[in-house]
Design a protein around this ligand. Structure first.
Ligand code: ADP
Ligand code: MG
Length: 256
């Protein structure tokens, strides 16, 4: 059960300020969508939450349960329950997908206490656990014996990210455009997979450009309009439909 608070967050890449005062708060069990135009800083926010070294926080704070995580590295943040599904997952040749998942799972198991994660002793037990989860995301078992993302199609890479989420059971998942590059059927099945693997006390933050994926979620509590490096407006699920119908200009004008 983790509360995330992003307070007046300013982030630069080199001398260029990308995030210009982001404010956002999430509670356990909530599903949030962050919608915004391309180039507005959505991925910058996602990477910054997971401590990507390219992004410098120049002002503001990121709190988990009231404590700043700015001094923590990516792996320390993961151990606190943060997870990022990449917009463009990287192919890692030579690293087996199931080996990768087991290594990640085990390193988090030592850290995340007080939750419902099992400790798997044997490879066989873990394989059984993977097989239960891979079915939920609609990938075939053969993917587990391939190298991480190598030769996966766009949709398969996105499902592989959701499988990581299912397996690692993060407290707060940030999914950066899980719908980008997918056809309509794949968007629906990825959305369903996200809903299926979301646990009831966890928080899910979906970053997207289009309302389409949001329509297929079981639940959506808040929609944030993100533009020009900050959250301009927050509403309920109906805000997504309004953005889809009327574009972002309307939201930008209203706050300008
Ligand atoms: P979004 O995910 O909303 O499309 P990004 O966070 O990827 O937006 O990018 C926000 C802005 O930061 C864009 O103007 C982009 O060109 C710029 N940007 C991203 N990465 C870099 C970089 N490595 N160097 C300079 N500018 C960058
Ligand atoms: Mg992006």
């Amino acid at each position: 059960m983790v509360v995330l608070e992003i307070i007046d967050l300013h982030v630069s890449i080199g001398d260029k300020e990308i995030l210009k005062g982001v404010n956002l708060k999430t509670n356990p069990g909530e599903v949030h969508a962050i919608m915004g135009p391309n180039g507005s800083g959505k991925s910058t926010l996602a990477y910054t939450l997971l401590a990507h070294p390219k992004y410098q926080v120049t002002k503001g704070d990121i709190l988990l349960d009231g404590e700043s995580i700015l001094g923590l590295t990516a792996d320390q943040r993961a151990k606190k329950g943060l997870f990022l599904a990449f917009q463009y997952p990287t192919e890692v040749s030579g690293v087996g997908f199931s080996h990768f998942l087991r290594t990640a799972y085990n390193s988090l198991s030592k850290a995340m206490d007080g939750d419902d994660r099992e400790v798997f002793i044997t490879v066989r037990e873990f394989q059984k656990y993977l097989k239960e989860n891979i079915a939920k995301v609609g990938l075939r078992e053969e993917f587990l014996s391939r190298y991480l993302n190598e030769g996966f199609s766009g949709g398969e890479k996105k499902r592989a990210e959701v499988l990581q989420m299912a397996v690692l059971k993060p407290k707060i998942s940030i999914l950066d455009e899980p719908d980008s590059g997918l056809d309509i059927d794949a968007v629906q099945s990825v959305a369903q997979a996200i809903s299926k693997v979301s646990t009831k006390d966890a928080t899910v933050i979906i970053i997207t450009h289009y309302a389409r994926i949001l329509n297929f979620l079981d639940k959506l509590d808040y929609v944030h309009v993100f533009a020009e490096g900050k959250v301009l407006q927050t509403g309920d699920a109906s805000l997504a439909q309004k953005l889809e119908a009327e574009g972002y200009e309307w939201a930008l004008e209203k706050t300008a």
